[in-house]
Design a protein around this ligand. Structure first.
Ligand SMILES: Nc1ncnc2c1ncn2[C@@H]1O[C@H](COP(=O)(O)OP(=O)(O)OP(=O)(O)O)[C@@H](O)[C@H]1O
Ligand SMILES: [Mg+2]
Length: 496
């Protein structure tokens, strides 16, 4: 940056305030640009900077910053700090009341510059994050409100509503984890052991494999169970917002700043779960590493460090080697976080658990929907056993939930109780029980769906009736539908 500006300046130094294409570009930028000379006199100030400060460029140009901004001092001005040290001041966040009385939050970077005559100056580049900041405040206060309402709900004496949420912000314990597969059991055992220690844990697994469940299970089985559990997704928010959410924000060097503790402080004594850690900004990963190593946080814009006692759990859905190669995960942070590393197998690697999970979610929704369904049809079960489940347990759970929503008079959930896209997913399987149904689709032919399905349904009914010697009850059983439902279909297809 120093070099670039020096070159630009030397090419165009005489016209700094006059004209020239580089100047037009700078003036048109969304970022605020403010350049001062060695005497802290403004020599360039674009409209975006003016919008943030509530000033017109003419009011600032050619005047000392101390004259224009009376609240500035040699100590609190980042432009002065850079002028004095010749060093960059990076990404400092400031909240201040501008000349129009508006409270503005900016993220600033101040860099030293050298002019063509050899004299030095400083340039401040500012980004307005006021809206983002407001969003952060809202998220933070909603989170607090939500969590205290949950606590009140679970703590209410004589409360007749059995909350699924425990007062520490969680919904699951190890007892909620379903699975008997050997590899899964081994990870479960490791997780149970991890609950007994205070070390960081990195949970790696594809989407829907149960990373959040494992994290909550560890917290609830640990000595921190009575303390808060706070989960934050690292992919969802821009860097500045996430930084102040995690570490808090302190009254800036200007006036009127909001002071807010971060999630690390709010989770004090408890556990913080950093979801999708490989999406966390690379520089912020370094800051997180320092917090983990030192056990202390410093709020954004703050001077003092505060000790925090928080256990950190993190998740990611990418193998570490891939994340290193993509430059999305720092190796030093990885080694710090993966003191204990749990690698959750995808559902396709624990197929023996599919029947167990199907039964588990069937029972869950039978009771949640207050239904008395009898089960899942053998056809559907067979297709589910052969399916690859890219969305893992979450996909399986949603499929059952969908079935409960769409099933009508039938006593069992079958292929016909699923929405079209799910039926197609299950049918597009080589060797699935429904391969007859899928065959023309696999060959590339797209039949008119409704009549095609009707044709297949009719064929299956005839086959079942033939095999059962015309007995409707056992034909219905074979098809996984009730006698009444079969009766209705016989009428519909005029098979009576
Ligand atoms: N072993 C399991 N037993 C019971 N339910 C499970 C199991 N694993 C996952 N689930 C269910 O699957 C859903 C998804 O799990 P979870 O949110 O933990 O996945 P995740 O690995 O965090 O996924 P993502 O990477 O998409 O955030 C949960 O709602 C939970 O009900
Ligand atoms: Mg998750």
């Amino acid at each position: 940056m120093v070099e670039q500006l020096d070159r630009i300046m030397s090419e165009d130094a005489g016209q700094l305030l006059g004209g020239g294409s580089w100047r037009e570009i700078v003036l048109a930028l969304d970022e605020g640009i403010h350049i001062v000379d060695q005497q802290a006199r403004t020599i360039l100030y674009n409209h975006s900077a003016g919008r943030m400060d509530g000033l017109r460029p003419e009011e600032v140009l050619d005047r000392s910053i101390f004259e224009v901004f009376p609240s500035l001092t040699f100590e609190n001005s980042t432009l002065m700090q850079t002028l004095k040290s010749g060093k960059e001041v990076s990404q400092s966040q400031q909240t201040f009341v501008n000349m129009k009385g508006e409270q503005i939050t900016t993220v600033n970077k101040t860099v030293p510059v050298i002019f063509s005559d050899g004299s030095r100056g400083a340039m401040e580049i500012s980004r307005d994050i006021t809206l983002i900041q407001e969003l952060a405040e809202n998220i933070s206060s909603l989170r607090n409100r939500f969590s205290s309402e949950r606590s009140a709900e679970t703590a209410a004496p004589g409360s007749r509503v059995k909350s699924r949420f425990k007062s520490n912000n969680t919904s699951y314990t190890f007892a909620d984890l379903v699975g008997e597969n050997r590899e899964f059991k081994k990870v479960m055992n490791d997780a149970v052991r991890a609950a007994g220690s205070d070390s960081s844990v990195l949970i790696i697994g594809d989407t829907g494999t149960g990373k959040e469940l494992f994290a909550q299970g560890i917290h609830n089985a640990s000595s921190r169970a009575a303390q808060p559990f706070i989960a934050q997704n690292c992919a969802a928010l821009p860097r500045e917002l996430l930084e102040s959410l995690l570490f808090g924000a302190e009254k800036g060097s200007f006036t009127g700043a909001a002071t807010r503790p971060g999630l690390f402080e709010q989770a004090s004594g408890g556990t913080i779960l950093l979801d999708e850690i490989n999406s966390l900004d690379y520089d912020l990963q370094a800051k997180l590493l320092r917090v983990l190593q030192e056990g202390r946080v410093r709020r954004v814009g703050g001077q003092q460090e505060k000790e925090v006692d928080v256990r950190v759990l993190a998740t990611m859905n990418q193998p570490p080697e891939e994340a290193f190669a993509a430059g999305s995960l720092r190796q030093d942070l990885f080694y710090r976080l993966s003191v204990i590393c749990l690698s959750l197998p995808p559902l396709r690697r624990r197929r023996d658990d599919i029947p167990l999970l199907l039964d588990h979610f069937f029972e869950l929704y039978n009771s949640r929907f207050n239904r008395k369904l009898e089960g899942i049809t053998p056809q559907l079960k067979q297709a589910q056993l052969k399916y690859d489940w890219p969305g893992n347990v979450r996909e399986l759970q949603h499929m059952i939930e969908c079935g409960f929503n769409l099933v009508s008079q039938e006593r069992k959930i079958g292929l016909e109780s699923l929405p079209l896209h799910q039926r197609e997913k299950l049918s597009n399987l080589k060797g699935a029980s429904s391969s007859n149904l899928a065959a023309p689709l696999l060959q590339g032919e797209i039949p008119e769906l409704e009549s095609y399905l009707a044709r297949v349904e009719k064929k299956m009914i005839i086959r079942a009736l033939n095999q059962s010697g015309g007995n409707k009850t056992s034909a219905g059983k074979m098809l996984g539908i009730s006698r009444q439902s079969l009766q209705y279909k016989l009428k519909k297809y005029q098979l009576e």
